[in-house]
Design a binder for this molecule. Structure first.
Ligand code: G6P
Ligand code: ZN
Length: 556
């Protein structure tokens, strides 16, 4: 499918082709890299253009090391072969690739850090469906192991609009399932065990002996890998190293289309896990992770723990795990994530940072030692051990805490609310709506921000309203238009923003939060507790008028 050879240059013993190409106009990285339908990525030169643009912008020194791996979805192996050829042609000295093309996103981040790599290409569309009609994605991570910051992704986008050629080494496909090292045109390709380094890192952070004892005492857990990348990690760590019985991990073999399911660990797509955890004979602890292993869903026996509450509970108890025994330096959360973590940070007397949506915004805070634990409402939690969110890490921290405190999840959460108050929380998603309607809704909101403070809506009083802008405290970079916040008296809140990860139309996200202080009503049903906020959101934004929908598609 390649254009005719324009030129061939010799670098050492490598034969490098310079392949002429023309720009694509749609290669702007979103919240988490470039994410498109598989068919878009299958266009001739599409992946190549993007990868070359990355290499052009990051300008790795000759001989640098690059990590490559993905979540095993359809098209993963094809792009990995291409990326290896292009890395060889662009002067990299070594590529570390996960066996079978597999690396979970946190394991890739760990590998970049542990092996001192210059950067990494992570091939994933996270929790989006896979298969020939599903989604694919490419993300570049820098040497701290985290996603490239906006100034780099902006430069990559600019480069994609100007690119005229890419570099490709002549070489046959590699056996990605083998062992050891191979040479590609003068570059070493090391096939690494995807689990080994990651599992070793987890053993450093957590008290595996205590968790093993908890499980041996009869504590039952269930982990749903959703046919995605965490299967091999969970089998090795939970079953082989921590002694959970075989069968604890379900859907543990990665498949190219995730078994036809949507690998998103939420109450809709992990419904079977939820139902198992609500049944009378439920296990003590249930968890799931997403396509690329960076998200987590935590459900105790009879109680779903919202991601925002999970962040707060983990932060409040992290010192019980060896890796965090010295305490936390600070906590960071994305703006739409509930304010539950803020209450913990205040009680601990540590910093609390509110960033735009997107894990990349935590990188600087972690690098600067300002935050130790970070989290997002979108089921992401992680710490300074890597520079990505980390699904299994969250599961292991929960297990470590439960092994020390020896109480059920539901009791731990009730205890937490009784101390800090409760932030009832839900996110309503309107998926695949027409972009014009979604944009008009946001524009309408922005237009009325000034007049909102002091107004009464559905029994609530607006205390403040703004369009969230973030100034990074480490480099003073500013990110504007990150979502509309309506803050009510008493600490409740509604946030409106458009998703940056969708691949079809627009997805409107409405984040609803009601705060009840420690002496308030802590045992309400979430849907009922939030009903006034749902009504207020409709009254303020005119959701049904703008989207043509009377109900959200997904409530998480
Ligand atoms: C990805 C990112 C997260 C982000 C999430 C939702 O998982 O890594 O940082 O919170 O997408 O983003 P969206 O723009 O769709 O709300
Ligand atoms: Zn993910």
């Amino acid at each position: 499918m390649l254009h005719p050879l324009r030129g061939a240059i010799q670098t050492g013993d490598a034969t490098v082709r310079l392949v002429p190409t023309t720009p694509f106009t749609d290669q702007k990285p979103g919240t988490s890299g470039l994410r498109k339908k598989v068919g878009v990525f299958q266009q001739p030169h599409y992946a190549e253009n993007f990868i070359q643009s990355v290499f052009d912008v990051v300008a790795a020194p000759a001989g640098a090391t690059l990590v490559i791996g993905g979540d095993g979805r359809y098209h993963n192996r094809t792009v990995i072969q291409t990326a290896i050829r292009m890395a060889a042609a662009n002067g990299f000295g070594r590529v570390l690739v996960g066996r079978g093309g597999i690396l979970s996103t946190p394991a890739a981040s760990n590998l970049i850090r542990a092996r001192g790599a210059f950067g990494g290409l992570i091939l994933s569309a996270s929790h989006n469906p896979g298969g020939p009609h599903g989604d694919f994605g490419i993300k570049y991570n820098v040497s701290n192991g985290g996603p490239a910051p906006e100034k780099i992704t902006d430069a990559i986008f600019a480069r994609t609009k100007a690119i005229t050629e890419y570099r490709l080494a002549e070489s046959p496909d590699l056996d990605l399932d083998g062992r050891g090292s191979l040479e590609v045109e003068g570059m070493t390709v090391e096939i690494v065990d995807p689990v080994e380094d990651y599992a070793a890192a987890m053993e450093q952070l957590f008290d595996f002996g205590a968790i093993r004892a908890l499980i041996a005492s009869g504590f039952r857990l269930r982990f749903d890998a959703m046919h995605a990348v965490t299967g091999p990690y969970a089998h090795e760590i939970l079953e082989n190293r921590l002694g959970a019985p075989k069968g604890t991990v379900v859907h543990g073999t990665p498949s190219e289309d995730f078994g036809g399911h949507h690998p998103d660990p939420n109450l809709v797509h992990a419904r079977a896990l939820y139902e198992e955890m609500m049944a009378p004979d439920a296990p003590d602890f249930g968890a799931a992770s997403d396509g690329d292993g960076d998200r987590n869903l935590i459900i105790g026996k009879g109680l779903f723990v919202t991601p925002s509450d999970s962040l707060a509970a983990l932060a409040a108890n992290a010192h019980l795990a060896p890796g965090y025994a010295a305490g936390l330096k600070g906590i960071a959360r994305s703006m739409p994530t509930s304010q539950a973590a803020d209450c913990v940070a205040e009680a601990l007397g540590i910093g609390c940072y509110e960033t735009p949506t997107g894990w990349k915004f935590f990188g600087n805070l972690l690098d600067a030692g300002m935050a130790t634990i970070c989290g997002e409402e979108s089921a992401g939690t992680g710490s300074d051990h890597v520079r990505e969110k980390d699904g299994l890490w969250a599961v292991l921290l929960w297990l470590n805490i439960l092994a020390v405190r020896k109480i059920p999840v539901a009791e731990l959460m009730r205890d937490h609310w009784a101390r800090y108050g409760r932030n009832y929380y839900a996110r309503h998603d309107y998926e695949g709506v027409a972009s014009e309607g979604a944009e008009a809704l946001m524009a309408g909101l922005r237009g009325k921000l000034e007049g909102l403070p002091g107004s009464h809506v559905e029994g609530l009083v607006v205390a403040a309203a703004d369009d969230f802008a973030y100034t990074d405290p480490t480099d003073q970079s500013i990110s504007r238009n990150q979502g509309v916040r309506i803050l009510f008296e008493g600490g409740s809140r509604i946030v409106f923003r458009l998703s940056g990860t969708g691949t079809e139309g627009a997805t409107l996200r409405v984040y609803l939060e009601r705060y009840e202080p420690a002496d308030g009503a802590l045992d309400l049903v979430t849907g009922e507790a939030l009903a006034p906020l749902v009504a207020a959101a409709e009254a303020i934004a005119g959701i049904s008028g703008h989207t043509g929908r009377n109900e959200p598609d997904v409530i998480t």
